[in-house]
Design a protein around this ligand. Structure first.
Ligand SMILES: [Zn+2]
Length: 466
């Protein structure tokens, strides 16, 4: 079976066929963070989901160009900059840095391009210019530029392809200037917002006067610059379907007259302990909160990708405990496989990889993929215990896991001991040579407490994680 993915445009699971005639190149855009605050774990569910898509496309042999933007200018950011009397760059830098540190903890692959909105103002102005030329955008008395839904629909385009909208309720000429609004408020939306006093120093020159871009035009400009007028995949959380993605389609297709994105993929919401995350009920977590509770990034990642991306997922602390146990089962099996493999190498065993691929080809059915992994762990453990797995067979299973883990990204790498620990180990060797066994044993115990064991190898002693 070839890869199939759900497409929000058709509301169906469809075969995934890239636009590239050779079928290899894939352009993929994921709406990145709005750096107005620390990203919460609901945000990270979307980014880990995007990472799973990226890794799986790589695994399936596609040549992926992955773009994730940084929204570093929009309403909320401007509000905070004004409140804190700081500059836009200074304010956003802190959250950007924290975001990338968190992505690393969650073992997310770096996108190939990470464009920042403030570095692409000319491209946004250019795109708005095209919409003005085509008569789809217009200027209001305050010098702002709005997108006209009526004119767009008049060019035989359809607004509202991702969500059903009630146009009868829409008041002719109604406008919305906020970056985010509800479906009920469907109206002409701002492409360029004329400078107002509250914007402080956040403004740029444009042919229509000083001002700043609307949020939606940012993603249209950055995605088309890096991936072309038409590209394969656009991802985001389901909360972005309206208005953000609907507006992205309208602006892009309105300006180019061509289809924008072939495949729209949306990740569902995350609940925490059964409820919508909220600071007032104490179930609001940023990544750091979970790390402070002693959980590891890979445990959090495992839990986030344990359920299908289109299912609302209930994230709980007991679920994290479960992820910890699941990871320990995998770690134990891998460590036994490593032991049984020794220095041997082999081609990956195909059986488990085929089953894993079949599961993910089916609209990224990750729960089935995990079931394949845990059945495989059980079988490996049994064969190892029965002594029917020789070192070549163990090497083949280990190689299969390494291949699978390029997608899951949860495996523990063989950790290298720090220089400090290695120096302690050498002190122990010297103590033994000097027949100071009580000192040697004390150092060994100290290393064991730190989670390391000393292993004798032909090349001398080395430290291994216990
Ligand atoms: Zn976006």
């Amino acid at each position: 079976m070839a890869l199939h993915l759900h497409n929000t445009l058709s509301r169906m699971v469809e075969p995934f066929t890239p636009l590239d005639p050779s079928g290899r190149k894939v352009g993929m855009y994921c709406c990145g963070p709005t750096v107005h605050d620390f990203a919460h774990i609901g945000n990270f569910r979307t980014f880990v989901f995007a990472d799973l898509v990226r890794r799986y496309l790589d695994f399936r042999g596609y040549d992926v160009t992955h773009v994730m933007n940084i929204t570093d200018v929009e309403d909320k950011i401007i509000g905070r900059v004004a409140e804190q009397k700081t500059t836009l760059t200074e304010y956003t830098a802190k959250y950007q840095e924290a975001f990338f540190a968190d992505l690393k903890v969650l073992n997310c692959t770096d996108p190939h391009h990470i464009p920042k909105a403030t570095d692409h103002i000319p491209e946004m102005i250019d795109l708005i210019g095209k919409l003005m030329e085509r008569g789809i955008a217009y200027q209001t008395a305050d010098q702002s530029i709005y997108f006209s839904i009526e004119k767009y629909q008049g060019c035989s385009c359809q607004y509202g392809r991702l969500v059903k909208l009630n146009f009868e309720e829409m008041r002719q000429g109604a406008r919305v200037s906020d970056d985010d609004y509800e479906k009920e408020s469907v109206a002409d939306f701002a492409l360029w917002k004329a400078r107002v006093e509250e914007d402080g120093e956040v403004f740029w020159p444009s042919p229509w006067g000083e001002g700043r871009p609307g949020w939606h035009i940012e993603c249209s400009a950055m995605s088309m610059k890096l991936l072309g007028k038409n590209f394969d995949l656009h991802l985001g959380g389901e909360d972005l379907i309206f208005p953000h993605h609907e507006d992205e389609i309208a602006q892009s297709e309105g300006a180019t007259g061509e289809p924008f994105v072939k495949h729209w993929l949306h990740g569902a919401h995350l609940l925490v302990e059964g409820k919508k995350m909220s600071k007032s009920i104490g179930n609001f977590f940023v990544l750091q909160d979970l790390l402070e509770k002693g959980f590891e990034g890979r445990e959090i990642r495992q839990l986030m990708i344990s359920a299908h991306y289109r299912e609302t997922f209930n994230f709980t602390l007991s679920g994290l405990e479960g992820a910890r146990k699941a990871m320990a089962r995998i770690d134990e099996c891998i460590s036994k496989l490593r032991e049984a493999t020794g220095d041997n190498t082999a081609e990956p065993s195909t059986e488990v990889i085929e089953k894993f691929t079949a599961a993910l080809d089916d609209d990224l059915n990750v729960s089935s993929a995990w079931a394949v992994v845990f059945d495989w762990v059980r079988d490996c453990n049994r064969h190892l215990a029965e002594g029917v797995m020789d070192s070549t067979a163990a090497a083949a299973e280990l190689a299969a896991w390494e291949r699978i883990d390029t997608v899951l990204g949860v495996g523990r790498l063989e950790e290298e001991a720090s220089a400090e620990l290695v120096a302690r180990m050498e002190e122990r060797t010297e103590a033994r040579a000097a027949k100071d066994f009580s000192r040697a044993d004390a150092i060994r115990d100290e290393l064991n407490t730190a989670g390391w064991v000393i292993e004798d190898t032909p090349k001398g002693p080395r430290l291994k994680r216990s």
